[in-house]
Write a protein that binds this ligand. Structure first.
Ligand code: SF4
Length: 256
């Protein structure tokens, strides 16, 4: 037999009236608000859809988290574009899963950057050196750097106090344009002014992620090289990895 009961589920709005498992209406102060049958069904439907969505998001996040760990360990990517979409859309849930399982959540950013590089790789390699730009963060410089700030970025004088001078000289000998970035809006301004065909950007996870997204919006294939030690001053870079990245190109592509 079905029995009517009041419960506090909707407090502080009011108490809900249910018969068996069916939601009939709510009592707000002394007034009982009865809902028509179709509204009751709508409430149940919305509830079921929300629960399904939460379960779906959780399952998807677990799958993407496992793919991120797999890629981090093996260096291989499975369904790269879908995986990147998953990371972008579910980043907060995936980060929470990493946090709960006490895994290092910087792995997500690391794999995100490598995935973007992997997806851009084919188009990037087609661009000759002379149409590529390099953006180097100013924090890689020596703390005693004598370089001056100009409208074209910080102008390195190759004083030998850090690796930037040699890198600039070598990159320019290949045909690259090399910029030391003084601030966040600089890259956008240079892209608009000179319209490079490909970009190599050095930075921390966050800078690279933002830079690669910016290049994606401008349709420019870009490659991110991550700093070994991030921070605002005296950061470090794996220079060997940097040189490998800038010298790569398709053998059939001429240099001009
Ligand atoms: S090599 Fe260039 S960037 Fe490095 S400290 Fe000297 S002037 Fe500054």
């Amino acid at each position: 037999m079905l029995t009517a009961r009041w419960d506090k589920k909707l407090a502080p709005l009011g108490r809900s009236l249910t018969v068996g498992n069916r939601f009939i209406g709510i009592r707000v102060f002394k007034t009982i608000v009865m809902f028509p049958e179709y509204i009751n069904q709508l409430f149940y439907l919305v509830g079921e859809v929300v629960v399904l969505l939460v379960v779906l998001i959780l399952i998807m996040s677990i799958i993407v988290s496992m793919l991120v760990l797999y890629s981090f360990k093996t260096g291989n990517f499975f369904a790269a574009r879908y995986m990147l979409l998953g990371i972008v859309l579910l980043e907060n849930v995936i980060t929470a899963l990493f946090w709960i399982s006490r895994a290092d959540d910087s792995i997500i950013d690391d794999v995100g950057v490598r995935l973007r590089n992997y997806i851009n790789n084919k188009e990037y390699l087609k661009v000759p050196y002379s149409m590529r730009f390099i953006f180097m963060p100013q924090c890689v410089r020596s703390t005693q750097c004598p370089a001056k700030l100009t409208p074209e970025g910080i102008k390195c004088v190759n004083c030998g106090l850090c690796g930037v001078g040699e890198a600039k000289k070598y990159a320019e000998s290949l045909g690259y344009r090399f910029f030391i970035v003084p601030g966040s809006s600089f890259i956008k301004r240079i892209i608009k002014k000179y319209q490079p065909r490909a970009i190599v950007g050095v930075g921390c996870h966050m800078e690279i992620k933002e830079g690669l997204d910016l290049c994606h919006r401008y349709g420019i294939p870009a490659r991110g090289v991550q700093l070994l030690k991030a921070g605002c001053v005296a950061t470090t870079l794996d220079w060997e990895q940097f040189y490998e990245n800038i010298t790569e190109k398709e053998p059939s592509i001429k240099n001009t």
